[in-house]
Design a protein. Structure first.
Length: 418
């Protein structure tokens, strides 16, 4: 083992982690509303909203490098400075007066966004027993998403009163949101090689060339996939799910704005309030299910349920006879139930495959895979929307969600037999 867990270490980690998720919930509110602010407050064209989503998702490729940093003892420094720059930069919203300026600000946010996920996994693997990891993360999800739900009521009302108030809202959200990476950076580390590195001992030698340094994380990821075929299959299932999910990220704000004509209050209450409540309430249960079953089974159930989300979007206004507001609320109520499981498996499912001490590396690969599909998926959604329409985008997403669910079932059965 790379570290020695003790009850005191586990309790301290869990308690501080729960406190930190309050600040993550505050930040999550602002993060969810980025594309809506672009589309509604700043009247950005469709292609720019799509580009902003591509920047967010493709930036996840950097998770490979953040994961490598976590494995070589630089976690505290990376979390502090990366968190400060990546969240503190939204203070610049005070100076934003055009969609281009807002997207430039988001570029810095997305540069550091993938930092948090490998750090979470490293901490949970080192400090929390395997049989409690899903439970601890699920309780953190409860705190985070309840905070986001409450925060959404305030932010939605402020934006509804004055759509330009995002300039004053985001600096507050960014400063408070920095509390999460700050708390993660100060969590104790059990004795071990990586903990010693944090204390100032020499780090492993760096690569002799810039090209080797850039290529190394990709080579290591390829080696991991060759050794761990089950993990490769798990990532392919998440790729099917992720392409569908990311396709919808730029499409839903455009659909809400140009087709459903929703105001900010309804957007915030459906996307953030309802979209967070299911994750919050069901998060601890989903965490316990993952601890007792396996991430692949939880993925199968969650991906299958989320299939109903895009179907509700497209069938609600016509076939189901729902009003635009009812369509948004119904779709995100469905979404939040399925995402309770996806949130657990996406964030900590990789640990179930990772050898001791490799949780950050495995999650770095997992986050980076978002980046690869994040280059293709927003473009696919944009092209389907431009040449076919909203209905076709939603049906395509539903089909991919179902394929991911069925493939997860097959993987689960294969792993059980092996």
């Amino acid at each position: 083992m790379f570290s020695t867990m003790t009850p005191t270490l586990e309790q301290t980690t869990a308690r501080r982690y729960y406190f930190g998720t309050i600040f993550q919930g505050i930040w999550t509110t602002g993060q969810y509303l980025f594309p809506f602010v672009l589309a509604k407050s700043l009247a950005a064209p469709d292609w720019l909203v799509t580009l902003s989503v591509m920047m967010e998702t493709s930036g996840m490729v950097l998770g490979l490098y953040w994961g490598q940093i976590m494995a070589t003892g630089g976690r505290r420094r990376a979390l502090f400075w990366g968190g400060l720059l990546g969240r503190g930069v939204v203070v610049a919203a005070l100076l934003v007066h055009s969609p281009g300026q807002f997207v430039a600000m988001l570029g810095v946010v997305y540069l550091f966004m993938s930092l948090v996920y490998p750090a979470q996994n490293s901490i949970l693997q080192e400090n929390i027993r395997p049989e409690r990891r899903g439970e601890v993360f699920g309780r953190g999800a409860l705190v985070q998403h309840l905070t986001a739900a409450v925060c959404s009521l305030i932010v939605g009302r402020l934006l509804e009163t004055d759509p330009d108030s995002f300039r004053y809202i985001y600096p507050v959200l960014g400063i408070l949101g920095f509390g999460y990476p700050l708390i993660l950076s100060r969590l104790p580390r059990a004795p071990g090689p990586t903990a010693a590195l944090e204390e100032g001992l020499p780090a492993p030698p760096v690569s002799r060339s810039m090209a080797a340094a850039i290529w190394r994380p990709f080579r290591e990821a390829g080696d991991t996939f060759r050794r761990d075929r089950a993990y490769l299959w798990y990532q392919l299932n998440f790729t099917l799910y992720g392409v569908a999910f990311i396709m919808l990220v730029p499409v839903v704000p455009l659909y809400f704005n140009s087709e459903l004509h929703l105001d900010y209050a309804d957007i915030a209450q459906s996307r953030v309030l309802l979209g967070s409540l299911g994750i919050a309430i069901l998060g601890p249960l989903a965490g316990r299910l993952m601890d007792r079953l396996h991430p692949t089974w939880l993925c199968a159930m969650s991906f299958g349920w989320v299939t109903l989300f895009p179907l509700a979007m497209t069938l609600g206004p016509n076939e189901w006879g729902l009003t635009p507001t009812q369509t948004a609320y119904t779709a995100f109520a469905i979404y939040s139930v399925g995402m309770a499981g996806v949130n657990i498996t996406w964030n900590v499912g990789s640990i179930a495959f990772a050898p001791p001490g490799r949780g950050g590396h495995y999650q770095g690969i997992h986050v980076a895979m978002v980046g690869f599909r994040g280059i293709v998926a927003p473009l696919l959604g944009f092209l389907l929307l431009r040449f076919l329409g909203y209905r076709e985008v939603f049906f395509m997403a539903a089909g991919l969600f179902m394929l991911a669910a069925l493939s997860s079932v097959v993987l689960s059965l294969r792993m059980r037999r092996s």
